[in-house]
Design a protein around this ligand. Sequence first.
Ligand code: DGL
Length: 265
Amino acid sequence: MNSDPGRVIGVFDSGVGGLSVWREIVALLPNEHTIYFADQAHCPYGSRPLHEIRALAEAIVCFLLDQGAKLIVVACNTASTAALYHLRERFDVPIVGMEPAVKPAAQRTASGKVGVMATPATFEGEPFARLMGRFARDVEVIRQVCPGLVERIEAGQLEGPEVEAPLRNCLQPLVDEGVDVLVLGCTHYPFLRPTIEQVIGPGVEVIDPAPAVAQQVRRVLARQGLLNPRQGKGRHVFYTSGSAESFLAMLEKLVGQRGEVRMAK
Ligand code: DGL
Protein backbone atom coordinates (compact mmCIF):
# COMPACT_ATOMS: atom_id res chain seq x y z
CA MET A 1 0.00 0.00 0.00
CA ASN A 2 1.30 3.45 -0.94
CA SER A 3 1.69 5.39 2.31
CA ASP A 4 2.11 8.93 0.90
CA PRO A 5 -0.14 11.11 3.11
CA GLY A 6 -0.59 13.61 0.27
CA ARG A 7 -2.96 11.23 -1.51
CA VAL A 8 -6.73 11.74 -1.75
CA ILE A 9 -9.56 10.74 0.53
CA GLY A 10 -12.14 8.84 -1.56
CA VAL A 11 -15.78 9.47 -0.66
CA PHE A 12 -18.83 7.85 -2.28
CA ASP A 13 -22.58 7.63 -2.18
CA SER A 14 -25.39 6.59 -4.51
CA GLY A 15 -25.74 10.26 -5.43
CA VAL A 16 -25.49 13.74 -3.95
CA GLY A 17 -26.37 12.66 -0.39
CA GLY A 18 -22.79 11.94 0.62
CA LEU A 19 -21.98 15.58 0.00
CA SER A 20 -23.51 16.19 3.44
CA VAL A 21 -20.60 14.14 4.83
CA TRP A 22 -18.03 15.43 2.32
CA ARG A 23 -18.65 19.07 3.37
CA GLU A 24 -17.97 18.19 7.02
CA ILE A 25 -14.73 16.40 6.09
CA VAL A 26 -13.57 19.38 4.04
CA ALA A 27 -14.51 21.83 6.81
CA LEU A 28 -12.55 19.80 9.37
CA LEU A 29 -9.59 18.91 7.14
CA PRO A 30 -9.34 21.76 4.62
CA ASN A 31 -5.87 20.80 3.40
CA GLU A 32 -6.85 17.25 2.40
CA HIS A 33 -7.48 16.38 -1.26
CA THR A 34 -10.67 14.48 -2.03
CA ILE A 35 -12.37 12.54 -4.78
CA TYR A 36 -16.13 12.20 -4.52
CA PHE A 37 -17.98 9.53 -6.49
CA ALA A 38 -21.75 9.79 -7.01
CA ASP A 39 -23.27 6.61 -8.44
CA GLN A 40 -26.23 8.45 -9.88
CA ALA A 41 -26.75 5.92 -12.67
CA HIS A 42 -27.81 3.44 -9.95
CA CYS A 43 -29.48 5.80 -7.48
CA PRO A 44 -31.45 5.13 -5.33
CA TYR A 45 -29.66 2.26 -3.65
CA GLY A 46 -32.23 2.00 -0.86
CA SER A 47 -34.70 -0.18 -2.73
CA ARG A 48 -32.09 -2.53 -4.25
CA PRO A 49 -31.20 -5.96 -2.87
CA LEU A 50 -28.18 -5.92 -0.57
CA HIS A 51 -26.03 -8.13 -2.82
CA GLU A 52 -26.49 -5.70 -5.70
CA ILE A 53 -25.49 -2.70 -3.56
CA ARG A 54 -22.44 -4.66 -2.38
CA ALA A 55 -21.29 -5.24 -5.98
CA LEU A 56 -21.78 -1.56 -6.86
CA ALA A 57 -19.86 -0.44 -3.76
CA GLU A 58 -17.01 -2.83 -4.48
CA ALA A 59 -16.59 -1.49 -8.03
CA ILE A 60 -16.54 2.10 -6.74
CA VAL A 61 -13.89 1.31 -4.13
CA CYS A 62 -11.74 -0.29 -6.87
CA PHE A 63 -12.13 2.91 -8.88
CA LEU A 64 -11.21 5.15 -5.94
CA LEU A 65 -8.17 3.02 -5.13
CA ASP A 66 -7.07 3.31 -8.77
CA GLN A 67 -7.20 7.08 -8.23
CA GLY A 68 -4.80 6.64 -5.32
CA ALA A 69 -7.19 6.93 -2.36
CA LYS A 70 -5.49 6.58 1.04
CA LEU A 71 -8.79 6.20 2.92
CA ILE A 72 -12.35 5.48 1.79
CA VAL A 73 -15.47 7.03 3.28
CA VAL A 74 -18.69 5.16 2.57
CA ALA A 75 -20.84 8.30 2.86
CA CYS A 76 -24.02 6.29 2.55
CA ASN A 77 -25.87 4.38 5.26
CA THR A 78 -27.33 2.00 2.72
CA ALA A 79 -24.00 1.06 1.13
CA SER A 80 -22.42 0.77 4.59
CA THR A 81 -25.17 -1.62 5.66
CA ALA A 82 -24.79 -3.74 2.55
CA ALA A 83 -21.04 -3.67 2.08
CA LEU A 84 -18.91 -2.21 4.88
CA TYR A 85 -17.91 -5.51 6.43
CA HIS A 86 -17.20 -7.05 3.04
CA LEU A 87 -15.18 -4.02 1.82
CA ARG A 88 -13.00 -4.11 4.93
CA GLU A 89 -12.30 -7.79 4.36
CA ARG A 90 -11.50 -7.31 0.71
CA PHE A 91 -9.42 -4.09 0.62
CA ASP A 92 -6.24 -3.21 2.45
CA VAL A 93 -7.12 0.45 3.07
CA PRO A 94 -8.82 2.16 6.01
CA ILE A 95 -12.56 2.44 5.41
CA VAL A 96 -14.88 4.69 7.42
CA GLY A 97 -18.56 3.83 7.15
CA MET A 98 -21.86 5.06 8.52
CA GLU A 99 -24.70 3.77 10.63
CA PRO A 100 -27.86 5.43 11.90
CA ALA A 101 -26.97 7.34 15.08
CA VAL A 102 -29.06 5.15 17.40
CA LYS A 103 -26.48 5.25 20.18
CA PRO A 104 -26.41 9.05 20.72
CA ALA A 105 -30.17 9.20 20.16
CA ALA A 106 -30.76 6.63 22.91
CA GLN A 107 -28.58 8.69 25.24
CA ARG A 108 -30.40 11.95 24.49
CA THR A 109 -34.06 10.96 24.50
CA ALA A 110 -36.14 11.97 27.52
CA SER A 111 -39.39 10.44 26.27
CA GLY A 112 -37.70 7.09 25.61
CA LYS A 113 -38.89 7.21 22.01
CA VAL A 114 -36.56 7.77 19.10
CA GLY A 115 -37.41 8.07 15.41
CA VAL A 116 -35.05 6.87 12.67
CA MET A 117 -35.48 7.84 9.03
CA ALA A 118 -33.57 5.56 6.65
CA THR A 119 -33.93 3.49 3.49
CA PRO A 120 -35.58 0.04 3.41
CA ALA A 121 -32.18 -1.60 2.75
CA THR A 122 -30.64 0.06 5.83
CA PHE A 123 -33.39 -1.29 8.08
CA GLU A 124 -33.24 -4.70 6.45
CA GLY A 125 -29.51 -5.28 6.95
CA GLU A 126 -27.89 -7.17 9.79
CA PRO A 127 -25.94 -4.07 11.01
CA PHE A 128 -29.14 -2.27 12.00
CA ALA A 129 -30.37 -5.28 13.97
CA ARG A 130 -27.02 -5.38 15.77
CA LEU A 131 -27.21 -1.65 16.50
CA MET A 132 -30.64 -2.12 18.02
CA GLY A 133 -29.43 -5.00 20.16
CA ARG A 134 -26.48 -3.00 21.47
CA PHE A 135 -27.91 0.46 22.05
CA ALA A 136 -31.70 0.41 21.97
CA ARG A 137 -32.61 -2.05 24.69
CA ASP A 138 -34.10 0.61 26.96
CA VAL A 139 -35.69 2.84 24.36
CA GLU A 140 -38.31 2.41 21.70
CA VAL A 141 -37.01 2.98 18.18
CA ILE A 142 -39.59 3.81 15.57
CA ARG A 143 -38.39 3.23 12.01
CA GLN A 144 -39.61 5.28 9.12
CA VAL A 145 -38.91 4.97 5.43
CA CYS A 146 -39.87 7.91 3.27
CA PRO A 147 -40.42 6.70 -0.30
CA GLY A 148 -39.49 9.11 -3.08
CA LEU A 149 -37.55 11.55 -0.91
CA VAL A 150 -34.08 10.62 -2.17
CA GLU A 151 -35.27 11.06 -5.77
CA ARG A 152 -36.61 14.53 -4.94
CA ILE A 153 -33.33 15.59 -3.37
CA GLU A 154 -31.44 14.24 -6.39
CA ALA A 155 -33.70 16.44 -8.52
CA GLY A 156 -32.84 19.47 -6.39
CA GLN A 157 -36.22 19.80 -4.68
CA LEU A 158 -35.39 20.78 -1.11
CA GLU A 159 -38.50 22.71 -0.14
CA GLY A 160 -42.06 23.38 -1.22
CA PRO A 161 -45.13 21.15 -1.32
CA GLU A 162 -43.40 18.29 -3.22
CA VAL A 163 -41.16 17.60 -0.24
CA GLU A 164 -43.35 18.90 2.57
CA ALA A 165 -46.21 16.50 1.79
CA PRO A 166 -44.17 13.27 1.88
CA LEU A 167 -42.27 14.57 4.90
CA ARG A 168 -45.49 15.26 6.74
CA ASN A 169 -46.72 11.73 5.96
CA CYS A 170 -43.48 10.30 7.20
CA LEU A 171 -42.95 12.47 10.29
CA GLN A 172 -46.49 12.84 11.66
CA PRO A 173 -46.65 9.22 12.89
CA LEU A 174 -43.41 9.84 14.78
CA VAL A 175 -44.78 12.99 16.38
CA ASP A 176 -47.96 11.11 17.29
CA GLU A 177 -45.86 8.42 18.95
CA GLY A 178 -44.08 11.06 21.06
CA VAL A 179 -40.51 10.81 19.74
CA ASP A 180 -38.24 13.59 20.96
CA VAL A 181 -35.13 12.65 18.96
CA LEU A 182 -35.00 12.04 15.21
CA VAL A 183 -32.03 10.36 13.56
CA LEU A 184 -31.27 11.20 9.93
CA GLY A 185 -30.21 7.71 8.83
CA CYS A 186 -29.65 8.58 5.19
CA THR A 187 -27.02 11.03 4.03
CA HIS A 188 -29.43 12.71 1.62
CA TYR A 189 -31.72 13.90 4.41
CA PRO A 190 -29.51 16.59 6.01
CA PHE A 191 -30.17 18.66 2.89
CA LEU A 192 -33.83 18.73 3.95
CA ARG A 193 -33.04 19.57 7.55
CA PRO A 194 -34.71 23.02 7.58
CA THR A 195 -37.92 21.54 6.14
CA ILE A 196 -37.72 18.51 8.44
CA GLU A 197 -37.32 20.76 11.50
CA GLN A 198 -40.17 22.93 10.41
CA VAL A 199 -42.48 19.94 9.85
CA ILE A 200 -41.54 18.03 13.00
CA GLY A 201 -41.60 21.08 15.27
CA PRO A 202 -39.29 22.48 17.96
CA GLY A 203 -39.74 19.71 20.53
CA VAL A 204 -37.74 17.14 18.54
CA GLU A 205 -33.96 17.11 18.38
CA VAL A 206 -32.61 16.17 14.95
CA ILE A 207 -29.34 14.21 14.77
CA ASP A 208 -27.14 14.24 11.67
CA PRO A 209 -24.11 11.99 12.15
CA ALA A 210 -21.99 13.70 9.43
CA PRO A 211 -19.84 15.81 11.83
CA ALA A 212 -19.05 12.69 13.88
CA VAL A 213 -18.05 10.83 10.71
CA ALA A 214 -15.66 13.65 9.78
CA GLN A 215 -14.10 13.41 13.27
CA GLN A 216 -13.69 9.67 12.76
CA VAL A 217 -11.97 10.29 9.41
CA ARG A 218 -9.50 12.58 11.16
CA ARG A 219 -8.90 10.06 13.95
CA VAL A 220 -8.24 7.20 11.54
CA LEU A 221 -5.91 9.28 9.35
CA ALA A 222 -3.99 10.45 12.42
CA ARG A 223 -3.71 6.92 13.80
CA GLN A 224 -2.32 5.62 10.52
CA GLY A 225 0.05 8.56 9.98
CA LEU A 226 -1.93 9.57 6.90
CA LEU A 227 -2.88 13.19 7.68
CA ASN A 228 -1.60 15.43 4.91
CA PRO A 229 1.30 17.42 6.44
CA ARG A 230 1.15 20.04 3.68
CA GLN A 231 -0.84 23.18 4.35
CA GLY A 232 -2.91 24.97 1.72
CA LYS A 233 -6.29 24.29 0.26
CA GLY A 234 -7.10 20.73 -0.81
CA ARG A 235 -8.09 19.87 -4.40
CA HIS A 236 -11.46 18.29 -4.98
CA VAL A 237 -12.56 16.27 -7.98
CA PHE A 238 -16.05 14.86 -8.44
CA TYR A 239 -17.13 11.88 -10.51
CA THR A 240 -20.63 10.85 -11.39
CA SER A 241 -21.95 7.83 -13.25
CA GLY A 242 -24.88 10.09 -14.26
CA SER A 243 -24.87 13.53 -15.83
CA ALA A 244 -21.87 15.74 -15.05
CA GLU A 245 -23.85 18.85 -15.87
CA SER A 246 -26.64 18.21 -13.40
CA PHE A 247 -24.18 17.08 -10.73
CA LEU A 248 -22.33 20.38 -11.12
CA ALA A 249 -25.57 22.29 -10.63
CA MET A 250 -26.33 20.26 -7.50
CA LEU A 251 -22.85 20.83 -6.15
CA GLU A 252 -23.44 24.56 -6.23
CA LYS A 253 -26.94 24.27 -4.86
CA LEU A 254 -26.19 21.90 -1.99
CA VAL A 255 -22.71 22.84 -0.83
CA GLY A 256 -22.03 26.13 -2.63
CA GLN A 257 -19.05 24.65 -4.41
CA ARG A 258 -17.90 24.94 -8.01
CA GLY A 259 -15.65 22.09 -8.93
CA GLU A 260 -14.27 19.78 -11.51
CA VAL A 261 -16.90 17.17 -12.36
CA ARG A 262 -16.07 14.19 -14.56
CA MET A 263 -18.23 11.44 -15.97
CA ALA A 264 -17.35 7.96 -14.75
CA LYS A 265 -18.12 4.88 -16.85
N1 DGL B 1 -27.65 8.37 0.77
C1 DGL B 1 -27.94 7.00 0.97
C2 DGL B 1 -27.95 6.63 2.45
O1 DGL B 1 -27.29 7.25 3.24
C3 DGL B 1 -29.12 6.34 0.34
C4 DGL B 1 -29.88 6.89 -0.75
C5 DGL B 1 -30.35 5.85 -1.72
O2 DGL B 1 -31.37 5.20 -1.47
O3 DGL B 1 -29.66 5.71 -2.71
O4 DGL B 1 -28.57 5.69 2.83
